[in-house]
Design a binder for this molecule. Structure first.
Ligand code: E4P
Length: 218
């Protein structure tokens, strides 16, 4: 399973990269706004800066919601760096745009996915990645991880190449559950990645080892 970080924060991207486990980055307009990045030039420059840090895939989302606008914006984003993946919303024109980008060998990430039917459409259009939003499904008291499991089953039966990118991950348990459910990629906040490190027995065990070593080497 690939690990992406879900942020536009350059320090957090560097920290995850330094761990040596980072395969890519996903952003969205809200995450860019959170970092105070606004205006076309600043946004494009920020994507360039992310791509300079990370060799793996970097998802950059289009703002347009019509086919022509998405294509124009997506082509501009794809020109920024070879590792840009054009992130396109799951709407009718989005599916048309994914199909267009697929025909032009431009990788895509179909975002805002909440059902298996949407997952089938995106795969038919040739999406490179599919982003079902686990946390937001949980937020309405449905089962986000069941959605990942169902899509994984359908893709396996049908032999679709589209990679399932579990998104809207909120905590470390979500990461483990996404791995079990068959996600190809998980995109998560840095806190959820670092949370995987934590176990009280690890802390206690290390404390004991260091104390025993200190005693024996007085
Ligand atoms: C991923 O690509 C999405 O942008 C992101 O995971 C959404 O997460 P949220 O539901 O925490 O905003």
């Amino acid at each position: 399973m690939k690990f992406f970080i879900d942020t536009a924060n350059l320090d957090q991207i560097k920290e995850a990269k330094d761990l040596g486990i980072l395969d890519g980055v996903t952003t969205n307009p809200s995450l860019m706004a959170k970092e105070g990045i606004s205006g076309t030039d600043n946004i494009l420059n920020h994507y360039r800066a992310i791509c300079e840090i990370v060799d793996g895939d970097v998802s950059a989302e289009v703002i347009s919601t019509d086919f022509a606008g998405m294509v124009e914006e997506g082509m501009r984003l794809a020109d920024l760096a070879p590792n840009i993946v054009v992130k396109v919303p799951m709407i009718k024109d989005g599916i048309k745009a994914i199909n267009y980008f697929t025909e032009h060998s431009i990788p895509t990430n179909c975002t805002l996915v909440f059902s298996s039917g949407q997952a089938i459409l995106a795969a038919k259009a040739g999406a490179t990645y599919l982003s079902p939003f686990v946390g937001r499904v949980d937020d309405i008291n449905w089962d986000g991880m069941a959605l990942i499991r169902e899509i994984a089953e359908i893709y396996a039966i049908q032999g679709f190449d589209t990679q399932i990118l579990a998104a809207s991950i909120r905590n470390s348990k979500h990461i483990v559950d996404a791995a079990k459910a068959g996600a190809d990629v998980v995109t998560c906040p840095l806190s959820a990645i670092l949370g995987l490190l934590k176990h009280p027995l690890t802390d206690l065990g290390l404390e004991q080892f260091l104390a025993d070593h200190a005693k024996a080497n007085k």
